[in-house]
Design a binder for this molecule. Structure first.
Ligand SMILES: Cc1cc2nc3c(=O)[nH]c(=O)nc-3n(C[C@H](O)[C@H](O)[C@H](O)COP(=O)(O)OP(=O)(O)OC[C@H]3O[C@@H](n4cnc5c(N)ncnc54)[C@H](O)[C@@H]3O)c2cc1C
Length: 186
């Protein structure tokens, strides 16, 4: 391999998506899971490398600049207030762009990314704000002494920027209706 070819190979290797470590998976069955996102990004990288065209990787960057929550990539949200409710429980408020709402349905959660002692961790949290709350969302979090993400969360203060993706999960619910899926099989 010539010097040029090996420099090119190194360039491509630097752009290759990194396989998530088990600590990054929040374990709550997200769709897509971080491993699905990795598989998608890897396929995109393999296509771009085969065609020697780095512009084919641009779509991923454009999406992560979007200020709205989405399940595939993490989006930055600013902490607008921190309220301590009990010795170990805190309510955090985040700004949403303009007057937008998360519009989560019943039981849906979002996934937080944090880095603790150099280790990337992901955990699920269920917003408590009304689904049509405009311009903000809130989460109520119990912080554990030995908890990895808890250590990171306890450092948050107004103005900090943290990364969320979602929504995931939820229950099918309509007032005064019973879901056929929830009835026992005979
Ligand atoms: C779908 C979903 C939604 C969730 N929504 C919320 C939410 O809205 N608010 C919220 O506070 N949490 C919520 N959780 C829990 C959250 O995802 C984390 O598990 C929690 O914050 C602990 O993470 P950690 O990294 O700090 O602790 P870890 O590092 O994962 O755990 C380390 C230690 O912390 C303690 N610990 C951790 N979790 C628990 C627990 N559940 N009970 C007792 N001890 C524990 C234990 O001592 C454990 O050994 C949700 C989880 C799921 C799956």
């Amino acid at each position: 391999m010539s010097d040029n070819e090996s420099a090119n190979e190194e360039d491509w290797l630097a752009l290759r998506p990194q396989e998530p470590s088990p600590s990054q998976c929040c374990g709550s069955g997200c769709k897509p899971c971080i491993y699905d996102v990795y598989e998608k990004e890897l396929a995109q990288w393999e296509r771009a490398k085969a065609m020697q065209d780095k512009s084919l990787l641009m779509g991923k960057k454009e999406q992560s600049n979007n200020s709205e929550l989405n399940p595939d990539t993490f989006t930055a949200f600013s902490v607008s207030s921190v309220e301590q409710l009990t010795e170990d429980t805190y309510q955090y408020k985040f700004e949403l762009p303009g007057n937008s709402s998360l519009h989560l349905s019943l039981g849906q959660h979002i996934v937080l990314r944090g880095v603790v002692n150099g280790l990337e961790v992901q955990r699920a949290y269920t917003p408590i704000s009304p689904r049509n709350a405009e311009g903000y969302f809130e989460v109520l979090i119990k912080c554990y002494e030995a908890g990895l993400m808890s250590q990171y969360i306890k450092t948050w203060k107004r103005g900090d920027v943290v990364f969320w993706r979602g929504p995931f999960g939820g229950f099918p619910y309509q007032p005064n209706k019973v879901s056929v899926r929830s009835l026992p099989k005979r």
